[in-house]
Write a protein that binds this ligand. Structure first.
Ligand SMILES: [Zn+2]
Length: 378
C-alpha cells in the first residue's frame, strides 16, 4: 500500500480546516490554525510581514528540496460599514456578477453568525466584476467581519467532501498532512510548505513573497489548488499533475518529478489514480512563481461548483471534491518530497531515459551510412 496517511486523519484535518471562516485579506483564523499545527509538530513556523506563513520540515541529509504553496483565502466578503439592518461589504474573488443579486450571505460576527440577502450590487469601473454589495441582515454585523456565501459549511456526502470552501483550504490541508507525515517519520527530506494570502484577488500574498526575495531562487515550487473539473481532469479520478494553467505552461523538471512520483505510486498500487493536463479553467500561483524565474509546477484537485458557482442550476452552492483525490494528493506531495531529496529537481532523469538504448541503435546509423549504397539508389 502506498497510502502514507490513513483516511481518518485526512478526514479529521479536512473537517477542522475547511469550515474555518476566510476571505481575501480575512485569513486570520486559517493562519491561526496553520501556525498551531506547525508548532505542535515542533517545526519552524515563519510569518512574513504580509501574513504569509512558511513551515519547513528538514530531516536527515537531503540532497535536494522542494516547496509547495497553497492559499488561505477563498472568494468572500468583508464588512466595510453597517447601517441599521444593512451591511455594506467589499467583495473579493472571481464569481460572475449575475450570481449576486438575492444570494444569501453569512457573516462571522464574534460568537454568532449573522445572515442576510444581497439587495444591491456595485460593479468595478470595468463593468465586469463586482466591487461592493449591500446586504439586508437579520442581526448585528460589525465593520471588519468576514462574510461568506451562506451554503453548507462542511459535509461528507458519500465519497464527496462538500464544503463552502474547498479552494484552497483543501490544498492547505494536503500540505499540513504531508508535513505531519514527514516530520513524524523523520524521513530524509526537505519540504517547505508555503501558505499565502489574498490569492483570489490577484496573487497578492505570493507576489510579496517574490518581491521580498524570501524564497531562494533555486527552490522548486509546486502550487496545490482545487481547480475547475475539465475533460481528462475529472472528479474522483485522482489528483492532476498540472502542466499549465490559463496563463502559462509550467516547468518541465517539476512536471517530471511529479509524474515520476505518480508513476511510482501507481506501480506500487494499481488503484492509485492520477491525471495530467493543462488546467486552463483558471490561473494559479505557479504562473506568478514561473514568471519570476522559479521552477514552478502544480497539482490540482478537480473541483465541482468551482468558486461556489453551480452553472447548471445557475445558483450559488458549496464546492465539492472527491475524498480520494485529496488523499492521493497527500501521497503525491509526500512522494515528490522524498524524491526531491534524492537530487536537485532537474531534467537529468528525463535525459537519461531518453538516451536509454540509443547508443546500440546508433550503431545502425553508422553501419548503413558506411555502405554508401544510397549513392546508387534508383
Ligand atoms: Zn480560487
Amino acid at each position: 500500500m502506498s497510502h502514507y496517511v490513513d483516511n481518518q486523519r485526512i478526514e479529521q484535518v479536512a473537517a477542522e480546516l475547511l469550515p474555518i471562516w476566510t476571505a481575501p485579506y480575512c485569513e486570520e483564523r486559517v493562519m491561526q490554525y496553520i501556525a498551531a499545527f506547525g508548532e505542535k509538530l515542533r517545526l519552524p513556523v515563519e510569518h512574513d510581514r504580509h501574513g504569509n506563513i512558511i513551515i519547513t520540515c528538514r530531516k536527515g541529509k537531503p540532497k535536494g528540496r522542494i516547496a509547495f504553496a497553497a492559499h488561505m483565502d477563498h472568494p468572500g466578503f468583508e464588512v466595510e460599514g453597517v447601517w441599521e439592518d444593512r451591511v455594506h461589504a467589499r467583495w473579493g474573488g472571481g464569481v460572475p456578477p449575475e450570481y449576486f443579486q438575492g444570494a444569501k450571505v453569512a457573516f462571522h460576527a464574534g460568537k454568532h453568525t449573522v445572515r442576510g440577502v444581497i439587495t444591491e450590487v456595485t460593479m468595478r469601473p470595468d463593468g465586469k466584476r463586482v466591487d461592493k454589495v449591500t446586504i439586508s441582515v437579520d442581526g448585528w454585523a460589525r465593520t471588519g467581519d468576514t462574510g461568506m456565501w451562506d451554503v453548507t459549511v462542511y459535509e461528507r456526502q458519500g465519497d464527496l467532501i462538500v464544503s463552502r470552501v474547498v479552494d484552497d483550504l483543501a490544498g492547505c490541508a494536503a500540505q499540513l498532512l504531508a508535513l505531519e507525515y514527514l516530520s513524524k517519520q523523520r524521513a530524509a527530506a526537505e519540504m517547505w510548505a508555503i501558505f499565502t494570502r489574498a490569492e483570489e484577488v490577484g496573487f497578492v500574498g505570493a507576489a510579496q513573497l517574490v518581491k521580498t526575495r524570501r524564497l531562494p531562487k533555486k527552490l522548486p515550487i509546486v502550487s496545490i489548488e482545487s481547480s475547475m473539473a475539465l475533460p481528462n481532469a475529472e472528479i474522483g479520478k485522482g489528483p492532476v499533475v498540472r502542466l499549465g494553467d490559463r496563463m502559462t505552461m509550467f516547468n518541465q523538471a517539476v512536471i517530471d518529478l511529479l509524474e515520476q512520483s505518480a508513476q511510482q505510486l501507481a506501480k506500487e498500487d494499481p488503484s492509485f489514480a492520477w491525471q495530467r493536463r493543462v488546467m486552463d479553467g483558471g490561473a494559479c500561483e505557479a504562473t506568478l512563481f514561473n514568471s519570476f524565474g522559479y521552477k514552478a509546477g502544480g497539482i490540482s484537485l478537480p473541483l465541482g461548483n468551482y468558486h461556489n458557482v453551480d452553472r447548471e442550476k445557475k445558483t450559488i452552492a458549496p464546492e465539492y471534491i472527491h475524498f480520494n483525490d485529496l488523499a492521493r494528493c497527500v501521497d503525491l506531495v509526500i512522494r515528490a518530497s522524498l524524491n526531491a531529496a534524492q537530487s536537485e529537481v532537474s531534467l537529468d532523469r528525463l535525459k537519461a531515459s531518453l538516451l536509454e538504448g540509443v547508443e546500440e541503435k546508433a550503431a545502425n546509423l553508422t553501419r548503413r551510412r558506411a555502405r554508401s549504397h544510397w549513392k546508387d539508389l534508383a
